[in-house]
Design a protein around this ligand. Structure first.
Ligand SMILES: [Fe+2]
Length: 158
């Protein structure tokens, strides 16, 4: 996208997608990775989406609302997968694999490419994903997002 921080996030997502693919293709023993993958993916999503949305808002990106809706859709689908996993449904790796593979093609390589020229003028928050993820969590808490709040209280991915 021409911005080192956003590009770094996308590379990290590709690595995560590769791990999820490996998990999906392997036997049950490798699925021991699932709790860690879900935790890292939640942190990534919280941090990276906030970084992108802040940058795009800073330049009044013309497709901002549409772009954020797509992020919200991904967040919602990931939340369902985490809930299913928490309630003992162990086949979520298929859904996770489809979600991540689809996101790579339909969002990162397509929707995100559309903001490329806007990004060169944007202010990009370059703090590490973990910090941004915490900020996203606390603003969700302040806005009364009960599901995230309960998940945090129970120390599980939301
Ligand atoms: Fe995006």
């Amino acid at each position: 996208m021409g911005n080192a921080v956003i590009d770094g996030d996308h590379k990290a997502f590709i690595e995560l997608a590769n791990l999820i693919h490996m998990c999906h293709e392997s036997g049950d023993d490798k699925q021991a990775l699932m709790p860690s993958l879900l935790t890292v993916l939640n942190e990534y999503v919280g941090g990276h989406f906030l970084r992108e949305e802040k940058a795009l808002r800073s330049v009044r990106y013309s497709h901002f609302d549409e772009h954020r809706r797509k992020h919200d859709l991904f967040r919602g689908r990931l939340k369902v997968i985490c809930e299913e996993y928490s309630s003992g449904y162990r086949s979520v790796v298929n859904d996770l694999h489809n979600l991540v593979a689809g996101w790579l093609v339909n969002h990162i390589l397509s929707d995100d490419m559309r903001y490329r020229t806007w990004l060169s003028r944007a202010t990009v928050d370059n703090r590490p994903l973990a910090f941004l993820s915490m900020e996203a969590e606390s603003s969700a808490r302040e806005s009364g997002d009960g599901d995230r709040r309960n998940a945090l209280a129970n120390n599980r991915p939301y």
